[in-house]
Ligand binder design. Structure first.
Ligand code: G6P
Length: 612
């Protein structure tokens, strides 16, 4: 959700904060703000409703704060509308302490009431202002910043990653974390805090991940960590290998288009290191063979597009493993009293590794004794760290809010896991295994073939961008694929769109089809092609305009029935949706482009969702 950045440095803070916020803007873009301690020891705050560019402009017009210690924030509004007053950083009423916060303070109202009774006045509707007012209240009483910080941590409940400045401590910055991502960077020119590593790559590659309950004190030359009880702790540091350029647009007009085009390479990075001598090697699992041998039931738990991977995974893994597999939305799973035990494997899928609902589901699963395997993109993220086994997608940083390469690589890795387990459990015959291993290796090239001529999708999008409502239909794996196609379209183009299991249409939804309604029919799944054609004919009979997606194998059956046909190369049926999603991503992208939408930052969304 929100992004926070902080620097205790040896150079001017503002450029570091603004560059960092630019990298974090995908986490929320309702407002942006910074606070810097000036050379005279004063807290200077600048903040504005709207995108970071509005703040940048303000800083150009007015005097930008000078000073080498500062914090910054980009907001995804929770408490209080997006306006200047609700923008972070927030100050205490004495103006001595400033705070940036990502998360939600659940008991803020109760604390606010008690502070109001003490005569403290508030200037925003946010839960964060309650923290800073409480902090200043304690600080005024005890005159020691760390005492005040620990007193506040003892009172607040909820999720938070915070950066704290106090003008009486002009040489330091404090970081605290509970259930929200926060990492600390140590560089030659200073120490840093950030919600995400991409904000730090320009300054350092040495980072430490903060754990729940920890507090860090940062100065330009040092970082000290303390636990919940205020005892000093040593923390391991990690070296980040991601390339700075990987988080830049590299000549593309949008991150989304760049990330779509990067898919062949991303898939290669996921697959190649895991195939050797004609075998799938998942080293991560070799240390935990019981995890496979004892499993009786699998839950795949995730949110958003990662959940759609789980939907496809359900069809694929049940077939491969002959075990019951359920795909669950993480936000539902955690409150549904799932029946788990030590024979249950819970697969958590998450690009960011920080999605709060997925994290909570993981913890619930572990509490009940289930084994947790996660498929994650961001190295060292919370979900990765708390899982029994983690498989990284290695897709590189994904910046556009609408996921593309993370989705495809999650799917590929889940399929590799399925095939690997199937072999271990003795369900896969040798011939099919060899074919699949070969096809995994060739998948990057097949994906590149789909991307060879994006013009086709651009032209199609031009003909359809004015529709107000679109239905995606498909059967089996195509139905699960339609969920993702529909989500992609609605999230970036704001066109109302729904995805239906094609066989279910006649039980209600077909009443919405009228002359001119756009239906995207997914028909890549060869075993059910006849049934899919019947569904296409049914919607056409009601006047629908149909775009279809097929493979070389199924195309003949559909040609002539539809206004537009996208054809992807035929691969093993298991791997087909990896190719099938690419035209849907490009179609959504070009439709949104024609509609003049802000593709990388769609309204109301954020890439990393760290609130419930
Ligand atoms: C947000 C993003 C989606 C993503 C979902 C889950 O809604 O916009 O693209 O699929 O969160 O995120 P995760 O990081 O857990 O994959």
């Amino acid at each position: 959700m929100c992004g926070i950045i902080g620097v205790a440095g040896k150079t001017e803070a503002v450029p570091v904060l603004l560059d960092g916020l630019e990298k974090l803007e995908y986490r929320g873009y309702d407002s942006a703000g910074i606070a810097v301690i000036s050379k005279e020891g004063k807290l200077q705050v600048k903040k504005s409703k709207g995108r970071l560019c509005v703040l940048r402009e303000r800083l150009r017009d007015e005097n930008a704060p000078d000073g080498m210690i500062g914090i910054g924030h980009t907001r995804w509004a929770t408490h209080g509308e997006p306006n200047d007053a609700n923008a972070h950083p927030h100050l205490g009423q004495q103006g001595k302490i400033a705070v940036v916060h990502n998360g939600i303070i659940e008991n803020y109202m109760e604390i606010k009431k008690s502070l109001l009774r003490k005569g403290i006045t508030f200037c925003s509707d946010t839960d964060t202002e309650v923290v800073v007012q409480l902090l200043e209240y304690y600080y005024e009483k005890c005159k020691n910043l760390m005492d005040a910080v620990y007193a506040v941590l003892g009172r607040i409940k909820g999720a938070y990653a915070m950066g704290i400045l106090c003008c009486d401590y002009p040489g330091q910055m404090i970081a605290v974390r509970q259930d929200a991502p926060l990492l600390i960077g140590c560089g030659k020119l200073g120490s840093y805090l950030a919600s995400d590593v991409t904000a730090l790559l320009a300054h350092t590659r040495t980072v430490a991940y903060m754990e729940d309950g920890e507090v860090a004190v940062l100065t330009p030359d040092s970082v000290q960590f303390f636990d919940r009880d205020r005892s000093p702790i040593e923390k391991e540091t990690h070296t980040i290998k991601w390339d700075v350029a990987a988080a830049e647009k590299g000549g593309y007009s949008h991150f989304m288009l760049k990330e779509i085009m990067e898919q062949p390479e991303a898939i290669r990075k996921t697959v190649s290191p895991r195939i050797a001598g004609g075998e799938i090697c998942l080293e991560e699992l070799e240390a935990a063979p019981e995890l496979i041998k004892t499993v009786c039931k699998i839950y795949i738990v995730a949110c958003g597009s990662a959940y759609h991977v789980g939907m496809i995974g359900k069809y694929a893994l049940e077939k491969l493993l002959r075990l019951p597999v359920e795909a669950c939305l993480a936000s539902e799973f955690r409150y549904s009293e799932p029946l788990l035990d030590e024979h249950t494997l819970v697969i958590v899928i998450s690009q960011s590794g920080e999605t709060l609902d997925s994290m909570a589901a993981l913890r619930e699963a572990k509490k009940q004794g289930a084994k947790v395997l996660s498929i994650v993109n961001v190295m060292g993220s919370s979900i990765a760290r708390e899982s029994d086994v983690v498989l990284y997608t290695w897709a590189g940083p994904e910046i556009a809010v609408a996921t593309t390469k993370a989705y495809t690589t999650q799917m590929v890795l889940l399929f590799m896991l399925g095939v690997y387990m199937s072999k271990q459990l003795g369900h896969m015959d040798h011939e099919e295994y060899r074919t699949l291993v070969e096809e995994f290796s060739q998948l990057p090239d097949r994906a590149a073939e789909v991307l060879k001529d994006p013009d086709e999708y651009q032209k199609a999008a031009f003909g359809y961008f004015n529709h107000n409502s679109v239905f995606f239909i498909g059967r089996n794996i195509d139905y699960a694929l339609g969920l993702e196609g529909s989500l992609k379209l609605k999230e970036i183009s704001y066109i109302h769109s729904e995805s239906y299991a094609a066989g279910e249409l006649k039980h209600g939804t077909i009443s919405l089809i009228e002359p001119g309604t756009l239906v995207v029919a997914l028909a890549t799944y060869a075993p059910l092609i006849e049934k899919s054609v019947s569904n296409i004919v049914e919607v056409k009979a009601r006047g629908a305009d149909v775009i279809a997606l097929s493979t070389g194998e199924t195309a003949d059956k559909i040609k002539g029935q539809v206004s537009q046909l996208f054809v992807v190369p035929k691969v093993h049926p298991l791997l087909q949706p990896v190719l099938g999603v690419i035209p849907l991503q490009l179609f959504a992208y070009y439709v949104a482009l024609n509609r003049g939408c802000d593709i990388d930052k769609p309204r109301n969304l954020a890439k990393s969702v760290t609130v419930e």
